[in-house]
Design a protein around this ligand. Sequence first.
Ligand code: WQD
Length: 339
Amino acid sequence: MAILLAGGAGYIGTHTAVEFINAGYEVVIADNLYNSKAEAVRRVEKITGKSVPFYQIDVSDAEALRTLFSEQNIDTVVHFAGMKAVGESVAKPMMYYRNNLNTTLTLLEVMKDFDCHRFVFSSSATVYGFSNPVPLFETMPRGECTNPYGWTKWMIEQILMDACAADPELSVVLLRYFNPIGAHESGLIGEDPQGTPNNIFPYITQVAVGRRPQLTVFGNDYDTVDGTGVRDYIHVVDLAKGHVAAVPYAEKHTGAEIINLGTGRGTSVLEMIAAFERVNGVKIPYVIGARRAGDLAESYANADKAKEVLGWTAEKTIEDMCRDGYRWQTMNPMGYPEG
Ligand code: WQD
């Protein structure tokens, strides 16, 4: 039996592939390479010493997905196949709704036809919206999202809960990610955003290697420890291990279960810059700019449920995240090569 990683050539998918293989699972990757490169899959093979079946398909293409399911013995799907740029989603909402919802619906339909009943979804803390106080608990009501990307996560959660209500055999784990950063410690795989990074960590690593002159800190007048935004940064390898822990849980349970993947600790932008400089011995020049529309002052998880239910806790520190992320960027200053 094998695990299908839909969108498995991306940043989180590749790290998750490595951890599944290390834990003894067979994995199959499907990815249309819209926002990723085939080289990333080869790097997974290099790290693990295992060959990974790779299908360059769009998982919203039902025929192509059926071919994959008929050739591979898939018993679990982990779904990362989606568009994720907040700003782009505001400019192109239909593209985001069409793509992110279609991939999910097609996966669910084809899974049912092939008697596959386990689904792990890459959700986001963004679904907590603006009104909930920190720390964020899974039992809190979902809030209003500020952009179509966030709404796709919200809607997909709803689709999956409805699908579980209708199908007693289906088991879904909704993993709500906080802020995944860092890279595998080999430096062979990491985050490779196209164009200007939207997120802080790849921006910092690109400044560190001289690709960008300076970071702009989006506001220093929030009601936080030093006025800058506070987030729950989680090492991508810890996050990947959270998916591995979700599979045996999904094997034992049916229904939809929401689980935060975070550390439970908040770090401010200025604390992150200081840690990065200290650990890596580099300077990160920065200026203070205006607040970014749609940003929260603070977001961090209560991470107790993942520990109780999955037996998983994040182990790596901010220092590990800074060291490993910088290693990836110095070894691959321009990201993955083409091809
Ligand atoms: C973190 C902190 C910024 C960039 C977003 C999405 C979420 C998820 C992850 C992805 C904030 C500050 C940032 C910069 C800065 N989606 N910052 N200068 O906003 O928590 O989450 O990405 O797939 O849905 O909303 O993450 O990394 O953008 O920002 O000062 O150049 O860094 O204001 O306080 P965020 P982020």
